[in-house]
Design a protein around this ligand. Structure first.
Ligand SMILES: Cc1ncc(COP(=O)(O)O)c(C=O)c1O
Ligand SMILES: N[C@@H](CCCC[NH3+])C(=O)O
Length: 424
């Protein structure tokens, strides 16, 4: 890094982007994404374990992101009809789309059936029969998997655990084996296998091993009852290092899959989101004000409406000064907050930044590529921030900052209400 350039991301000085685009803005690094997509695939190839990759696009759903991953040979895991439209628009083949989600509407199921996507992960008995009805009405046979709730604690934040009994996701594992047999009589659903997703930001092998072993036992039981199981979808969940966590490597995941499901002669797939996308992203923001007191505050122009994770899950993100002279030292503890009118609009407490941090300084919030821009809202009439893609030293705006005029234009006031203006 050249000291005069300050903090670089994929070779581009962040202060250049800030000056041209304004802040706050999201920045995605294309090369980081490609590198991670290749590394994840390589971990399975190294074990001779063929695994289909379906990117959990809820973590980062921009058309550019999907285009890059399509070019890397990835399909997607979707959780809504909207995500299906986005994926198809990005040129992802229906044969690379898997549909998860605990509450798919009739219209969403119909669209999935009509597009003949690879697999619909059914999450309840009721949904299985509804899918059969919908597929019959379409004159199709839908390929589906039963998403199992294995009752495994993913050992992660309570709000991002999905595979414990009592979590809303999936079909109770004891019920799922019998249901698989019942489903054989359905004319318009063909069950191809099982699916599971245990939770997100998982950091150890234990819960993966426990969950996948349970699935392997179920595959054996279902086969022993005379049914065919072709595929097992292992979900996502691989965690990353945000702070000082000892993050698992893709090789750990590949090893656990090989050990638990590798000899079952099933088509394996995974649905990674965060591991691929989190480190590809930065939220670039500027200091609006510093406020002396106890504690001392740094007030940024980004807020919880942009990056919701810290206020929702008390999550930790690296926070780096982008000093154009490159000579900064982190010598003072600050509480780093946004301008939104909520006490929970806090990015970090007691975080070290330079003592001379001042209005106008640029700050980067790191590892915000997953569940960052996609979870933004317009709370406090704060329009959605711009997005920038960096690729091999080039950069371009890939989403313009939304305007307040656009927000207002989407709203209408009933005539019977405006009529009251005339009558006092
Ligand atoms: C069904 C399903 N698949 C995949 C994922 C992706 O998870 P992660 O981003 O932790 O890899 C999620 C999110 O937790 C999910 O609900
Ligand atoms: N939104 C969560 C992850 C949810 C995963 C979806 N099931 C996060 O930011 O960590």
């Amino acid at each position: 890094m050249d000291a005069r350039d300050g903090l670089l991301f994929e070779g581009v000085p962040l202060h250049v982007i800030a000056a041209a685009v304004g802040t706050p803005c999201w920045i995605t690094g294309a090369e980081t994404l490609r590198r991670r997509a290749k590394a994840l695939r390589a971990a399975f190839e190294a074990r001779n374990l063929p695994v289909n990759m379906h990117f959990a696009m809820k973590s980062q759903d921009h058309q550019a992101t999907l285009t890059i991953l399509r070019q890397c040979g990835y399909g997607v895991d979707i959780v809504s009809g909207g995500e299906m439209q986005r994926a198809l628009h990005a040129g992802i083949s229906p044969s690379g789309i898997v549909f998860s989600g605990v509450g798919k509407s009739d219209a969403e199921l119909r669209a999935a059936v009509e597009h003949d996507i690879a697999q619909i992960n059914v999450e309840s008995v009721e949904e299985l029969y509804r899918l059969d009805d919908i597929a019959r009405a379409c004159g199709r046979v839908a390929r589906a998997a039963l998403r199992v709730n294995p009752d495994v604690d993913a050992d992660t934040h309570d709000k991002i655990s999905t595979g414990r009994a009592g979590d809303k996701f999936g079909i109770e594992h004891r019920r799922a084996v019998a249901l698989y047999g019942e489903a054989a009589s359905l004319k318009n659903v063909r069950l191809v296998g099982l699916a599971v997703h245990l939770g997100s930001q998982m950091l150890t092998a234990g819960p993966f091993r426990e969950g996948y072993s349970r699935l392997a036992d179920m595959v054996r039981e279902i086969r022993a009852a005379g049914h065919t199981v072709e595929a097992v979808d292992c979900g996502g969940g691989l965690g990353i290092r945000y702070r000082d966590e000892i993050a698992p490597s893709p090789d750990m995941l590949a090893g656990v899959l090989a050990e638990t499901l590798g000899d079952l002669d099933v088509r394996l797939s995974i649905e990674p989101g965060r591991w691929l996308s989190a480190p590809t992203g930065i939220l670039l923001t500027r200091v609006i004000e510093t406020k002396a007191g106890n504690p001392d505050f740094v007030v940024l122009d980004a807020a919880m409406n942009d990056l919701a994770r810290p206020s929702l899950y008390e999550s930790w993100h690296g926070i780096m000064p982008v000093a154009p002279n490159g000579l900064t030292s982190l010598t003072k503890l600050w509480d780093i907050v946004g301008p939104v009118c909520e006490s929970s609009d806090i990015f970090a407490r007691d975080r070290a930044l330079p003592a001379d941090t001042k209005r106008g300084d640029l700050i980067a919030l790191l590892d915000t590529g997953a569940y960052g821009s996609v979870m933004s809202s317009t709370y406090n009439t704060r329009p959605l921030a711009a997005q920038v893609l960096i690729d091999n030293g080039k950069w371009e705006i890939i989403r313009q900052r939304q305007s307040v005029a656009e927000l207002i234009a989407a709203e209408t006031v009933p005539e019977w209400l405006t009529a009251k203006d005339d009558h006092g």
